[in-house]
Design a protein around this ligand. Structure first.
Ligand code: IVH
Length: 668
């Protein structure tokens, strides 16, 4: 009887572990979460009722063992060393040359390298004796680490038992515990709502999660790990190359990255480096470079070590995306709509290959939340094309003199009192003739995406405003050559060019002009929508809030903002002056008349002959507007095959539905 229960427990344990492997290592679940939970619970109940029959490495331990007071020490059988770093192709060449020199090979010989990702997490060593996980420990000082076995067992991607027959007598498997970007964000969001301190990056979060005295806390964190190396290895199959070694690790049931390559020579290594760099932003976790390893394990051994790093391996790193720097000053900037944004001025620092000196602090709440102070050391991050941001303050490094930042109450430009309206994140300077706003507004009007006045950058606008030569965009059209000639670096030719660009801007499209006016909430897209729906600037200026609301893409906030803007006498005057100065927007590409004038049409599904963009072009060519979603304002829906929720919505809202044929007939 007892034997039968023991057998059942063993079977259930194996079954649960199989599904852990399928889900967490292979990412190919075979059963639903509910079925998994049921199996797990059944095992738990059987074990509770028959504690003597519980397997020594039961998967039920993955929910976290008993908390400990202190981490025990673990001596690694083979030390966990570090890697030499390189940041350039030249350093890679030097590494390659040194490898050949040490091996007494000719410089013309080609070394085969195994290249893989350099994971940015917490390094870990797992010990398996006769195939059973007996300990997990951190790197520590490389010789002695800390025992975190109960914590690591909560990672369901970590095998409690090696897969396959004939496990080695002893093996140390090495890898990196990480947290994905998505899980990192979720974790920090949860911490923020709980009022807990945020983790600066996924690596710190992973490290903090593993180094928990209570394994239940680790169990609640969605950690995973990638495995790439071996320490001690006794009584196992002989391995000849790094590639074989990695395959072996994979066969034992570990999670191994698929991003690797066997590269003959440094050129191939560089290619791998670049291809991963191009993918870096899209990887779901952080890496800080690639690792280049001589593929032959015999050669690795022959190459040996220098100081604490193997001569056969190299970390070929990517520019760091996080650095620390010091806040020298916090200033506030006045935007073109009067919004006051705080900006941290940093001691210049290289982040991700770019020098960063200024970082936006967004708004007063953000400063308060992060408690950013002048003099603070901060972690600066630049990910991909994203603008640099301050991730966190290094509180341990805070100088005792650093005081909480006091947000100014007056505009730094005109000195008028700032106002902050309810629901707004930033205070504003509401003085319409504030110099800072005037400069921003004119520079925006002249900018590339607006009226595209070549050469009229911020610096020149600033000079012109400071010297009282202009105070509105309309004044640009009355500029004379003489004062411009006094500008440093300006000769007759550049002045003439500048004046010619000013002149040329008079016939830009209405869309550009509307965008250039700098109305709040009106970006390029909305400017296009408005320009297409109103017959000229004056018609738009006269439109009531209700009329604006009738435009499909315009919501109440935008309608109010536009109507209020044009209602201001100052702006009415500006429009008049622009018109008087000869600003006459060229007709946009779309007619404002046509069979579909005033209608908003949505296209959904696959049409029999027209592509989606052809259908859109036809709508626009006939004076209609293309809507993205079905709303009460949709005039009709053109449907093709496989129409989904939009058709349902149109039916619910009683919006007419037309086929492509009917649509083509309508427009003739
Ligand atoms: S091999 C002798 N391979 O980087 C050390 N390390 O900077 C052999 N790391 O301590 C390490 N990804 O924690 C190796 N694919 C990879 C790695 C990797 C990340 C970490 C590891 C190591 C550190 C050295």
């Amino acid at each position: 009887m007892a034997g039968a229960i023991q057998k059942k427990i063993r079977e259930l344990s194996d079954e649960v572990e199989k599904h852990n492997y399928q889900y967490y290592v292979l990412d190919k679940p075979l059963i639903s979460d509910r079925e998994y939970d049921r199996l797990f619970k059944e095992l738990q109940e059987l074990e509770t009722a028959n504690p003597n029959d519980k397997q020594p490495n039961s998967p039920t331990e993955r929910v976290g063992g008993a908390p400990v007071d202190k981490f025990k020490k673990h001596t690694h059988r083979v030390s966990m060393l570090s890697l030499n770093n390189s940041y350039s192709a030249e350093e890679l060449q030097e590494f390659d040359a040194r490898v050949k020199r040490t091996l007494h090979q000719s410089p013309d010989d080609v070394i085969e390298y195994w290249c893989e990702l350099k994971f940015d997490g917490l390094s870990m060593s797992l010990t398996y004796e006769d195939g059973v996980l007996t300990s997990a420990s951190t790197r520590g000082d490389g010789a002695v680490g800390e025992v975190v076995t109960s914590n690591i067992k909560t990672l369901r991607s970590v095998p409690l038992q090696l897969r396959g027959k004939n496990p080695p007598k002893l093996v140390e498997v090495r890898g990196e515990v990480i947290l994905s970007h998505a899980d990192f964000k979720k974790l920090n969001a949860a911490r923020e709502s709980a009022g807990d301190e945020l983790f600066a990056n996924p690596r710190n979060a992973a490290a903090g999660s593993v180094r928990q005295l209570d394994p239940a806390i680790t169990a609640a964190r969605p950690l995973t790990a990638f495995w790439y190396g071996l320490g001690a290895y006794e009584g196992g199959e002989r391995l000849a190359t790094q590639a074989e070694l990695v395959q072996k690790i994979r066969d034992w049931g570990f999670r191994v990255s698929d991003e690797h390559a066997l590269c003959k020579g440094t050129q191939a290594v560089e290619k791998f480096y670049t291809s991963i760099l191009n993918k870096r932003e899209r990887l779901p976790f952080d890496i800080d470079g690639i690792v280049v390893k001589v593929n032959s394990l015999r050669l690795q051994e022959e190459l040996g070590f220098v100081a604490r790093a193997p001569r056969s391996m190299l970390a070929f790193k990517y520019p760091a995306r996080q650095e620390t720097s010091t806040i020298e000053e916090i200033i506030v900037q006045v935007g073109r709509t009067g919004a006051i944004t705080p900006v941290a001025i940093l001691k210049p620092v290289q982040v991700g290959g770019v020098t960063v000196t200024r970082v936006t602090l967004h708004n007063p709440q953000e400063i308060a939340r992060k408690d950013v102070r002048v003099g603070d050391r901060v972690i600066v991050q630049r990910a991909g094309d994203v603008i640099p941001e301050i991730v966190a303050v290094v509180l341990e490094a805070r100088p005792s003199s650093a005081k909480p930042y006091k947000f100014p109450v007056e505009c730094p430009s005109c000195g008028k009192k700032l106002k902050q309206e309810e629901g707004e994140a930033v205070p504003r300077c509401v003085n319409p003739v504030c110099d800072a706003q005037v400069k921003e507004a004119i520079a925006h009007y002249a900018s590339k995406d607006a009226m595209d006045i070549d050469g009229m950058g911020y610096k020149i606008v600033e000079y012109l405003v400071d010297n009282k030569l202009i105070d509105t965009p309309a004044a640009l059209y009355h500029l004379k050559a003489a004062p411009l000639l006094e500008l440093e670096g300006f000769g007759e030719k550049s002045v003439n060019n500048l004046l010619a660009s000013v002149e040329a801007s008079k016939t830009r499209t209405l869309q550009r002009l509307v965008f250039g006016l700098g109305i709040r909430h009106v970006g390029e897209t909305l400017a296009r929508v408005l320009a297409n729906r109103f017959n000229g600037l004056e018609a738009l200026a006269k439109a009531s809030e209700e009329e604006l609301l009738e435009v499909h893409e315009v919501g109440s906030e935008v309608a109010r903002s536009v109507a209020e803007w044009f209602a201001q006498p100052r702006h009415q005057k500006l429009i008049k002056e622009l018109v008087k100065a000869g600003v006459k927007p060229q007709e946009g590409p779309r007619p404002v008349s046509g069979k579909l004038r005033g209608q908003t049409i949505v296209v959904t599904g696959t049409l029999p002959t027209l592509s989606r963009s052809e259908a859109h072009a036809l709508i626009e060519a006939n004076g209609g507007a293309v809507g993205s979603g079905v709303t009460k304002k949709t005039s009709f829906l053109v449907v093709g095959e496989d129409a989904g929720s939009k058709l349902d919505k149109a039916k619910t809202l009683n919006i007419p539905v037309k086929s492509e044929e009917e649509f083509l007939e309508l427009i003739g």
